[in-house]
Write a protein of this length. Structure first.
Length: 368
């Protein structure tokens, strides 16, 4: 009987480890020291896990607010400074930590001169940001749509006041039939009697005084001026949206495409938005009421403004809105990711399918 071989009894110690059934020695590498490269716009340091400084690089070149602004801009975009790049080449295993200096008490404090230079650099960065925003179609659409909304609100108020004023002084005037002609007739006339003749109605029984007539005429002129500004604003929106959102503009119209883009916060956010969210864009009041317990909105103001939805029976508006919101989601992604825009035939096919949805539900469903 052969004697049993005793197993190795040497335990792992340090960086040596023995196998129980083999005499092969495995050499384990020593554990790596966790190194970090901590930096700001002035300097960069390499530290270990005990916060010992292993190396340091300082920006020693001449400083100016413009150069500091360039460095701060690089840090905002996640880029490394020149000092950080040098240290990362020396210590390739070190981890970059741009905010690590905030936790280190012995990090060099900012001097008064450096604070003033950073303040000037911040102003330069702000001006650069404004200049870059001028070429951003999202910001330009936002300005145009906001301007159009404000102009339309002002025009609606002034136009209503002008119509009511004319109806008060000309009681026999047909306001519904002559509504579009009243502001221009008042603005182009020398007196209310002449305006009444142009509008084909009886002269005023109590003509206004000179000051009252001047105020009335000035209100009509302001109404016409705002209407012209509103028309120019809409033309600018149509032109920009047709180039920036060609597919979506064909589907929902240039004005609707611009409103969807602005409400979503930009073309990229609109392209990444699910169709259910696009469907209710613009339904701010309905969403607020839904949080208080009201039923959820089936469509927002933009989708509802499409004739396929607004002119359909109430019981199919939600179905058509969901269908068109899904197509609008695809169209926005085509525009943002440089896809091939839909042709007029493809747009017509989509509108045809929405009509088929309405024809499949000619009567409201029975209530259970």
């Amino acid at each position: 009987m052969l004697p049993l071989k005793e197993p190795d009894t040497v335990l792992s110690e340090g960086n040596l480890a023995y196998s129980e059934f083999s005499h092969t020695v495995e050499v384990r590498p020593p554990p790596r020291v966790a190194m970090r490269i901590i930096y700001d716009w002035r300097l960069a340091r390499v530290i270990d896990e005990d916060f010992n400084i292993l190396d340091e690089a300082v920006w020693t070149a001449s400083r100016s607010p413009s150069k500091v602004a360039n460095r701060l801009g690089d840090l905002q975009r996640g880029r490394m400074t020149q000092e950080t790049r040098v240290l990362s080449e020396r210590f390739p295993d070190a981890r970059l930590d741009p905010f690590g200096h905030l936790d280190i008490s012995d990090w060099p404090e900012v001097t008064i001169e450096e604070e003033q230079m950073v303040a000037s650099a911040a102003t330069i960065l702000a001006r650069r940001g404004v200049a870059m925003s001028a070429g951003d179609p999202d910001r330009r659409l936002d300005m145009l749509v906001s301007s159009q909304t404000e102009l339309r609100s002002a025009w609606t108020t002034i136009e209503s006041r002008c119509i009511e004023w004319a109806g008060l002084l000309l009681p026999n005037l047909d306001l519904d039939a002559k509504r579009d002609l009243i502001p221009s007739a008042i603005a182009s006339s020398e007196s209310l009697q002449v305006a009444a003749s142009d509008l084909g109605t009886d002269p005023p029984p109590h003509p206004p005084g000179a000051e009252e007539w001047c105020a009335m005429k000035e209100s009509a002129e302001r109404c016409i001026g705002i209407a012209k500004s509103l028309e120019l604003s809409e033309q600018a929106i149509r032109s920009l949206a047709a180039n920036y959102l060609p597919t979506l503009s064909k589907l929902v119209g240039p004005l609707g495409a611009a409103k969807l883009c602005v409400l979503a916060g930009g073309r990229e956010r609109l392209a990444r938005m699910p169709s259910g969210s696009i469907q209710v864009l613009g339904a701010h009041a309905a969403m607020a009421a839904h949080r208080r317990g009201a039923p959820p909105p089936k469509h927002g103001s933009v989708i509802f403004s499409m004739p396929q939805v607004s002119r359909s029976p109430r019981w199919v508006r939600g179905k058509i809105a969901r269908f068109l919101a899904g197509k609008a989601s695809i169209a926005s992604r085509i525009d943002h990711f440089d896809g091939t825009p839909w042709s007029d035939d493809e747009i017509a096919e989509i509108h045809k399918k929405s009509e088929e949805i309405r024809s499949r539900f000619p009567s409201p469903p029975r209530r259970k």
